[in-house]
Design a protein around this ligand. Sequence first.
Ligand SMILES: Nc1ncnc2c1ncn2[C@@H]1O[C@H](COP(=O)(O)OP(=O)(O)O)[C@@H](O)[C@H]1O
Ligand SMILES: [Mg+2]
Length: 322
Amino acid sequence: MIRIEKLNKSFGELHVLKDVSLEVKQGEIFGLIGKSGEGKSTLLRCINLLEEKDSGVISIKGRNVELKNGRDIRKYRKKIGMIFQHFALLERQNVYKNIAAPMECWKYSRKEIDVKVRELAKIVGIEDKLLEKPRNLSGGQRQRVAIARALALEPEILLSDEATSALDPQTTKAILGLLRDINERLGITILLVTHEMEVIRSICHRVAVMEKGRIADCGAVSEIFLNQPKSLKRLLGDESEVLPEDGVNIRLLFKETMENRSLIPDITTATKARFAVLYSRLEKFRDEVICTAMLNVKQQDIEKVGDYLNDLNIKWEEVEHE
Ligand SMILES: Nc1ncnc2c1ncn2[C@@H]1O[C@H](COP(=O)(O)OP(=O)(O)O)[C@@H](O)[C@H]1O
Ligand SMILES: [Mg+2]
């Protein structure tokens, strides 16, 4: 659907995007995560031609995007909706006018506009706010208006740049639910940029980790979280854990399944090793549940425990002492 190959972009001396390649498949929610300043917004802006790339290829549905004249660019942008952290609404206009704005630009008839505005307001859940001004709405409602506006021209792609970063956790959850719903019901492909792990975990199919203008790792969300590549660890880095100083601390990661449910007691039964369970928790990745556990194992038992886990194909690793 969206294919990016060896994309480069500099601002003066600052080389922001370095040979970025990635592919977003039709119908998926693809997450791009990274710390601030890594080049995520610049990548989105290159995709919708708000920035001009220096080199590389961007193609949508197999067609290279090499547009020069204004008319072609406007036609291209029509297929791509975009939402931002700070909503970018027209403050003097009411909600109805905000949603209608892109259709007015494209000279849709009043009747068409009216039908579409009401349909979209219903989808995003603000049908009772059409006559309000944005300032009278909560952050979540404002983002709903922005989403409706982004969908007005029936785009095939929705680009989201930190759309939930200004919202509280409860509202974030509701907006993410809405994006997921739009993806499933309308079949719109979503490329979503965020610095928040939770956003990736709850709605994305696949994720790419961006570091210093490069794609450091890319894969299915549950795979990336199971494998914990270094880039992801660096992103999670500041959660320093308090762990015992003696023995060996190991972290286990596995899918929560019927067989795995008694994994921890099974280790004891099979190996006779004694260890402390420092924690064990379940986390949801879209629809998949993954268990993370931290064990403190005696030095003399670590080999047995490691062998047992390897036989079961359970991912584990030693966590170094600080
Ligand atoms: N128009 C611009 N002119 C100059 N530098 C820019 C411009 N846009 C972004 N940058 C710089 O590019 C780098 C990446 O920015 P950005 O893509 O916004 O990162 P992110 O979205 O990951 O936080 C930053 O160092 C930023 O200051
Ligand atoms: Mg940004």
